[in-house]
Design a protein around this ligand. Sequence first.
Ligand code: XLS
Ligand code: NI
Ligand code: NI
Length: 439
Amino acid sequence: MAAFPEISKIKFEGVQSSNPLAFRFYNPDEVIAGKTMKDHLRFSAAYWHTLCGDGSDPFGSGTRFYPWDNGLSGLDRSIKRVEVFFEFCEKLGSPYYCFHDRDVAAEGKTLAESNKNLDAIVKLLKERQQKTGVKLLWGTANLFGNPRYMHGAATSSNADAFAYAAAQVKKALEVTLELGGEGYTFWGGREGYQCIWNADLKREADHLAKFMHMAVDYAKEIGFQGQFYFEPKPKEPTKHQYDFDSAACINFLRTYGLQDYVKMNIETNHATLAGHTVEHELEYAASQGFLGSIDANTGDLLLGWDTDQFPTNVYETTKIMLVLLKYGGFKTGGLNFDAKVRRESFEPVDLFYAHIGGMDAFAKGLKIAAAIQESGEIAKMVKDRYSSWNSGVGAEIEAGKHSFKTLEKYILEKGEVAPNKSGRQELFENVVNRYTFPQ
Ligand code: XLS
Ligand code: NI
Ligand code: NI
């Protein structure tokens, strides 16, 4: 029996449509800047939020009890959910999905039992993928939920927790390969610390690096060629996560010789928790050659935690798409909705409203960003701003022809710097707004 019997395939109906179960902007086959929207955006649904979240928060228990879960638990529930999830993805038109090992298959009493559960589910996932054409964007392992990981996994003070996590990621890589996954994500989970007095930061960072190297080695061994991602988050659950932001992660990757194997998976709400913006995090990662994938969501600036809301702010999606287009778009990654419906939105149909809203917000953002990019106005203004570097002393410095001594001589002769030009921030903002609100 269908899980969403009242809902048929979500269609593009255009901007005039007021059908809440239709796209107004996301038209998968429409070509924008040389590529279909589908290929630009590479949407993905997150298994954990979509099917496993029950709406519980630190102040109250779950509010969402979906009909398909009724009476089921353990592996039986996991089996049922596979069918529901692919019905959802197919009706929504989500080309990709992402999962943690423990989202898809209930954890057993032992690692062997957990692996057996996972194998049973992976078989079903594979069948559904083949039937629906929905593909795996990336897989990951949950190394934070079980109490054994209370001190972290790769960075735990307990060496056995490291070993357990290694065994879990080994399996997660195998199943990601089996499912044709295009990537594998490391999000820190509890890799961080609460108290600087009980934590050996150097040792923990070394261990995390060792862990990631083992993953890279094992991927090579089994022939997994997907892209590894590192997902920054500054805090929550620990007060100081090691994968704080793009800059910290990239520093870590380079320090430990992982830069050729791992790119960044940037999440909007994590960026804001770090006191940045998502476009900052993306721009920084991309400009350093680490653009990977995106966990699309948004936070609430009045709340200091990871609210994982669906993105609806077109201004924000435009900023994201501007960075993506500037750097040539996704190579392996996509827009994974690491987002959940609100605790009060407990009906199955809310899952559709949420994803449709997010997909439309990104489609509209893509269109605006493509128009800005095509006009070249912003790029030209930026280029002009740096024109002093195109000739004379600027070009010479860039070409490596100067030292402190020669520059001292240059300034002593010249006396004062050439007059500065206006930064024109307000004009830049107006140009973006002209494309955002053409009428
Ligand atoms: C949690 C993270 C998590 C990762 C996958 O805040 O966003 O969902 O994306 O482990
Ligand atoms: Ni995430
Ligand atoms: Ni998150």
